[in-house]
Design a binder for this molecule. Sequence first.
Ligand SMILES: [Zn+2]
Ligand SMILES: [Zn+2]
Ligand SMILES: [Zn+2]
Length: 262
Amino acid sequence: MTDHPIQITVLGSGTSSGVPTIGCTCAVCASLDPRDKRLRPSILIRYDGHTVLVDTTPDFRAQALRAGIERIDAILYTHSHADHILGLDDVRPLNYRQRQAIPIYAKEETLAVIRRVFQYAFDDAPTESSIPRLNLNTIDGEPFDLFGMQFTPIRLLHGKNEILGFRFGSAAYLTDHSEIPNDSKSKLQDLDVLFLDALRHRPHPTHSTVERSLGWVKELNPRRAYFTHICHDLAHESTEAAFPSHVHLAYDGLQIEVGREN
Ligand SMILES: [Zn+2]
Ligand SMILES: [Zn+2]
Ligand SMILES: [Zn+2]
């Protein structure tokens, strides 16, 4: 562990519909274990007094209040699905507090969807309402620097879509992947912490399963692994009990400290 650790907070560990799922009375949706209550998937990364958010879920307002977020210095996007972008309008109070636009970083096709969905924020038309103030930055496969730390985009397959995960320091956050291409695996060596998608046990066309992700943990050999984007098929306690001791299910509010270097 270095003198300048990175704090990761899991803001949401659930799949696109969240857990409990609307209208469902299954054992996990009815569970009293707080770790079985999963908002939509997102993490917060804090280092050197800076705060970087990955994705703005439909639950962003509740997540920000729960985590006591007072500022966001940058937002990274994995992809443009609704469960990863729809809370973007709720950065407005942070715009007022910070008195400046918030830079966002995403692939061009993700930015195109954000420009369309939040058109009122970008059309330069006079408005009587408050709008989120954002600076758009396109990223591709190249590493980029944010406040003195390098972020490396990790190319992932989400069904037929190509999306991004991110490596930073000795951690990597990968969600919404059904496949990890070989050229990406070479960027996932010597990790202290690896987040992986693990929707459920049954196969899904655009998401990983518990079994597939356990296989990737074996192959990539991080010191610790956390599974996220979890649906209501998986009860926290009984699912995790079957894992090796360095593999966990993430849960909302989980805080992890990782080193800047390996
Ligand atoms: Zn998702
Ligand atoms: Zn359920
Ligand atoms: Zn998705």
